[in-house]
Design a protein around this ligand. Structure first.
Ligand code: TYD
Ligand code: MG
Length: 477
């Protein structure tokens, strides 16, 4: 009698191996190999349909190939009724598609999704919410708190994928199915414990098959590990049509929804929500919210006119530069890339004539937003210089521009949109590179053109210097 194949699967990356190992060879994680199933895992076999030795190989069937040109259809969308959510998905859930929503525990995934399900149900669509984590009564309690008791959302607390698919295939096909969460689901086809990589992958596959065959939009909730990865196999990210991540720190009320992958829409749009006593409220104008608690007239803060997708967003960048008491000065950043901070500091030293080697530097993006645009360089530099000099920046001015290693300030895209948003929110002035329209002809009123980091340092120092700056001798050229 032949022994069934044992497979050990890394719970971090999903790599499979025939023997147990203390360290995964694929991702280097220790103690992550767990024995799973019998040869289903990864090694070419499709979960639920083992390609084992007992099966006769099937003869292939030929099919017709299609030309590239031909009839195309716009993906049929199902608007969720929450404008900020629709902005991120690109206009609503796509029928027959699967979306993975990832986020830290307690961030508000279940809240957002029950709100979306409620809004769809009120619009007359069949929406089903399957919870594998909470009892029906708990979900009801939350819906009551959100004022959704009258919405005809169908609820269940189930974890068996076969039972779920069988139930949903009966009667009228649901338009939206929410699975909260994929880590709690399990399928009979695989005999490893729920939550393991193989189970998560197998369950996701079965649900994706259901979505494609019935034209239902399926949303999978996914947990995130301590270091921000989607728990379980990364492969689920590759299997689904869209991945959105729900971010924000629990100390703030703001929550940001960001598309990480989207087969049917953009990935650079963000949706902004505020967690209130009655669930998540949409924030159509995030700039107002991010600037709401701004300190006027304090040194070390600069307002950055950024872009998130097609939407301009104004946000305050705060810096604190203080003499260090340690041998090695500290550099700490929240909401921005630490290596960009190091670069801006180096440029300020080399080309702005500042001495920062004996100073601790802290930088924070207010409101819990995370900025990835290089255009924030100039605003960060302005906040740093302002903190070092003790000279507050003018309260009605925004900053944006990319700082090059030579100290040159380089132009960034969408200057007019940034300036327009700034003017709308009471910032008539801007310090920016090449402050001209995108066509390049006419300077934009109110925008002071800046070409070099040394001009920024000189400008802030000239505006008032309550505390003498530790300035190096300016290098010429
Ligand atoms: P939840 O949606 O359960 O988070 P997740 O599914 O991502 O784990 O949200 C939990 C948090 O949200 C909890 O700490 C309480 C808070 N909350 C509110 O502040 N207001 C509300 O109306 C609701 C429903 C939750
Ligand atoms: Mg939840």
């Amino acid at each position: 009698m032949s022994r069934r194949n044992q497979t050990f699967v890394c719970q971090n990356c999903g790599a499979a191996s025939a023997r147990w190992q203390g360290k995964c060879e694929a991702c280097g994680e220790w103690n992550s190999m767990v024995e799973e199933g019998d040869g289903l895992a990864g090694l070419g076999g499709v979960a639920g349909r083992p390609a084992g030795p007992g099966r006769a190989p099937r003869k292939g069937r030929s099919f017709a190939l299609q030309p590239l040109t031909g009839e195309t259809h716009e993906a049929p969308r199902l608007p969720s009724g929450l404008a900020e959510l629709d902005r991120v998905t690109g206009g609503g859930f796509v029928r027959g598609s699967v979306l993975l929503m990832a986020g830290d525990p307690g961030i508000g995934k279940s809240t957002l999704l029950i709100q979306a399900a409620g809004a769809l149900a009120r619009g007359g669509h069949r929406a089903v919410y399957i919870s594998g984590e909470e009892a029906v009564a708990q979900v009801r309690l939350r819906a009551e708190r959100l004022g959704l008791s009258d919405a005809k959302v169908e609820l269940a607390a189930e974890t068996s994928v076969e039972d779920i698919v069988a139930t949903l295939s009966e009667g009228k096909t649901p338009r939206l199915v929410i699975i909260d969460s994929i880590q709690t689901m399990w399928t009979d086809a695989i005999d490893s414990a729920p939550g393991t990589v193989t189970q998560v992958r197998g369950s996701a596959q079965a649900l994706i098959r259901f979505a494609k065959s019935c034209g239902t939009a399926v949303i999978l909730v996914g947990h995130v590990t301590k270091d921000g990865q989607i728990a379980g196999p990364r492969v689920v990210e590759h299997m689904v049509d869209a991945v959105v991540s729900f971010e924000g720190d629990t100390g703030h009320h703001f929550r940001i929804l960001r598309a990480v992958k989207n087969r049917f829409g953009p990935t650079d749009e963000i949706g902004v929500f505020e967690m209130t006593d009655h669930g998540l409220a949409e924030v159509p104008n995030p700039s107002e919210l991010f600037l709401a608690s701004r300190d006027h007239g304090t040194a070390g803060t600069a307002v950055f006119a950024g872009m998130e997708g097609t939407r301009p967003v104004l946000v305050e960048i705060q810096a604190l530069v203080a003499p260090t008491s340690l041998g090695t000065p500290r550099r700490a950043v929240v909401g921005w890339d630490p290596s960009r901070l190091s670069m801006v500091l180096a440029v300020l030293e080399a080309h702005g004539g500042l001495k920062l080697g004996m100073h601790d530097v802290y930088l924070n993006v207010a409101g819990g937003l995370r900025i990835s645009e290089p255009a924030a360089d100039l605003a960060a530099a302005a906040a740093l210089v302002s903190s070092l000099s003790g000279a507050p920046l003018p309260a009605d001015t925004v900053y944006f521009g990319e700082v090059g290693l030579s100290g040159a300030i380089r132009p960034v895209a969408q200057t007019p949109a940034r300036l327009k948003e700034a003017a709308k929110l009471g910032f008539p002035n801007a310090v920016a590179p090449n402050a001209r329209g995108d066509k390049g002809e006419r300077p934009i009123p109110g925008a002071a053109s800046i070409g070099h980091i040394a001009d920024l340092v000189a400008g802030i120092a000239a505006a008032g210097r309550p505390r003498p700056m530790p300035v190096q001798r300016r290098r010429e050229g």
